[in-house]
Design a protein around this ligand. Structure first.
Ligand SMILES: NC(=O)c1ccc[n+]([C@@H]2O[C@H](COP(=O)([O-])OP(=O)(O)OC[C@H]3O[C@@H](n4cnc5c(N)ncnc54)[C@H](OP(=O)(O)O)[C@@H]3O)[C@@H](O)[C@H]2O)c1
Length: 292
């Protein structure tokens, strides 16, 4: 069993840390606001005061925070940042969903310190994190991947080695874009079908029974029907991920017009006060169908 540090005790990081504890690892955690670490102490994790202190004994360090800014802060802060406390043989792992540019820059910073690095974002939301059923997309060299794989297996069911540093993040941004695009489209079609006189229950049953509907869209459509909007993958985070996909595309001279349209839908939902709702809450924009 290994000494693993998890930085970021949000919805995902806390569940991942609990999976690591259940698998028998020695777990240290840190979170910006202390309240969220109380439960972790109760279930057997050590709680550290700063990222730098949290990583001092670690063989593996996993970051699971909101965005690029948070990741920069926890790794690079000159006083309290994790990089300053890392041991030479540690594997540093970034599991937050971030831009490709920042992921590569972080990899470069760690390389300067001779620290092995993997980007390892995950597909799956709170229930999958809780059940250690996440799907991992890992970027980095093969030797480091093999070393870290048992750690990922404590939290996930499918562990994919995608390629070099940054490749895990790129596929993750693509996965989330494809998912969000489908859910936004479903929300729009709800309005359309209702306004055209269809019974929504029947329409959803028919639409989701066709081969054109993905399993994820089927789950989301069923949740939309019963107004289940309590946050799993909240619209705020979806919008962040769409903006990161667009930034990453722009940096590589590619355009993502459909992802941009999906980001606009999320921005509108946030403006109307639905940002904390699950992605299924996008349907609330289309209760009367979208009018001119
Ligand atoms: N939710 C999902 O379904 C899902 C699925 C896959 C991947 N992800 C990705 O996983 C990451 C975490 O998601 P989540 O659902 O766990 O989010 P969350 O519940 O909102 O938690 C965010 C975490 O980031 C920390 N944080 C935010 N800004 C910070 C800063 N400037 N400095 C230090 N820490 C900061 C928060 O600390 P405080 O507690 O102090 O605010 C909290 O620990 C995100 O990148 C997200 O896109 C999410």
């Amino acid at each position: 069993m290994a000494k693993v540090t998890v930085l970021g005790m949000g919805a995902m990081g806390s569940r991942m840390a609990i999976s690591l504890l259940k698998a028998g690892h020695e777990v240290t955690v840190w979170n910006r606001s202390r309240g969220k670490t109380k439960l972790m102490a109760k279930v057997g994790a050590s709680v550290a005061e700063t990222p730098r202190i949290a990583v001092e004994q670690a063989e593996f360090v996993i970051s699971m925070v909101r965005d690029d800014q948070a990741s920069k802060q926890i790794w690079l802060d000159p006083e309290q940042g994790a990089i300053a406390g890392l041991q030479p043989n540690v594997v540093a792992i970034e599991s937050s969903t971030l831009t490709l540019a920042w992921t590569k820059e972080l990899g470069d910073q760690l390389k300067k310190h001779n620290i092995a690095f993997l980007d390892a974002p995950v597909a799956g939301t709170r229930p999958q994190a809780e059940a250690a059923q996440l799907i991992y997309f890992v970027g980095g060299d093969a030797e480091t991947f093999v070393k870290a794989k048992p750690i990922f297996q404590s939290m996930g069911k499918t562990i994919n080695h995608v390629g070099l540093v940054g490749s895990g993040m790129t596929i993750k941004l693509a996965v989330n874009s494809l998912f969000a695009l489908q859910i936004a489209a479903f929300g729009e079609l709800f309005g359309f079908m209702g306004e055209c006189g269809l019974d929504k229950n029947k329409a959803v049953e028919l639409l989701t029974s066709t081969p054109v509907c993905s399993p994820a869209a089927k789950v989301a459509a069923t949740a939309m029907l019963s107004n289940q909007f309590s946050p799993l993958f909240p619209i705020d985070l979806v919008e962040k991920d769409m903006s990161y996909a667009i930034k990453t595309a722009q940096a590589n001279n590619v355009k993502l017009p459909l992802v941009e349209a999906t980001q606009n839908v999320c921005t509108e939902a946030i403006r109307q006060g639905y940002g904390g709702d699950n992605i299924t809450g996008l349907v609330q924009l289309y209760n009367q169908g979208l009018k001119d």
